[in-house]
Design a protein around this ligand. Structure first.
Ligand SMILES: Cc1cc2nc3c(=O)[nH]c(=O)nc-3n(C[C@H](O)[C@H](O)[C@H](O)COP(=O)(O)O)c2cc1C
Length: 193
């Protein structure tokens, strides 16, 4: 590891990166690679929908760790994996965070591996950052905006989506910020503790 990476706030920190089903999943390969290069111990968790966009194998190779994509599969732990993984995390980043996952987390539902693991994270001392990413109409739905307000009140960190080109070939708000912006948000959250 370089001297520069040893000084980054992420160095030596245990970070869970959760992917949900959005077209912006492809950007997370760069985020996970950069976190790993900076000395973070990264574990990737993915909803079934996320695995339709990018493969667990990519993230297993980038992190050198198992990828959790099924709540019923216990890939490395004798404890319930959602408890042991959640306990060990210094920070959780969910990116891209789908409209569906925002709704689930706002309601406290736990029926997939990402929402299940997040349910066992203590947000009073382990930051959970959500990076919503979706079409502008989906982002502006009253249900989405209600869920965002609820999630803020429940002590989730929200990384605001960018405005610009969207995969649906329109311009608007809802774009996932670029990898460096996501890394800045992670470092800021870790640097505060
Ligand atoms: C091609 C395609 C692209 C999609 N992109 C998004 C997206 O960017 N954001 C979003 O919230 N949902 C998107 N969806 C819908 C989600 O994948 C869908 O709601 C899914 O059930 C989310 O599951 P999850 O929250 O368990 O990952 C997309 C669906 C398809 C088929």
């Amino acid at each position: 590891m370089s001297a520069a990476s040893a000084q980054r706030p992420v160095n030596g920190r245990r970070i869970i990166v959760g992917l949900t089903g959005g077209i912006a999943c492809y950007k997370l390969a760069a985020v996970v690679s950069k976190l790993t290069q900076s000395g973070a111990d990264v574990t990737v968790i993915m909803t079934e929908a996320a695995t339709r966009f990018v493969t667990p194998l990519t993230f297993q190779a980038l992190t050198g760790r198992p990828v959790y994509s099924d709540q019923w599969q216990h890939v490395e732990s004798q404890d319930p994996q959602h408890i042991s993984l959640a306990r060990s995390a210094d920070l959780v980043l969910i990116a891209p965070c789908s409209m569906d996952m925002l709704a689930k987390l706002a309601q406290g539902r736990t029926d997939d591996v990402v929402s299940l693991i997040v349910s066992a994270v203590d947000r009073s001392n382990q930051p959970v950052l959500l990076a919503p990413s979706m079409n502008a109409v989906m982002w502006n739905q009253p249900a989405t905006q209600r869920n965002i307000e609820k999630l803020r009140a429940d002590n989730f960190g929200i990384i605001e989506p960018d405005t610009g080109w969207q995969a649906c070939r329109t311009e608007g708000v809802g774009r996932l910020p670029e990898p460096d912006q996501l890394l800045d948000a992670v470092e800021a959250a870790l640097g505060n503790r």
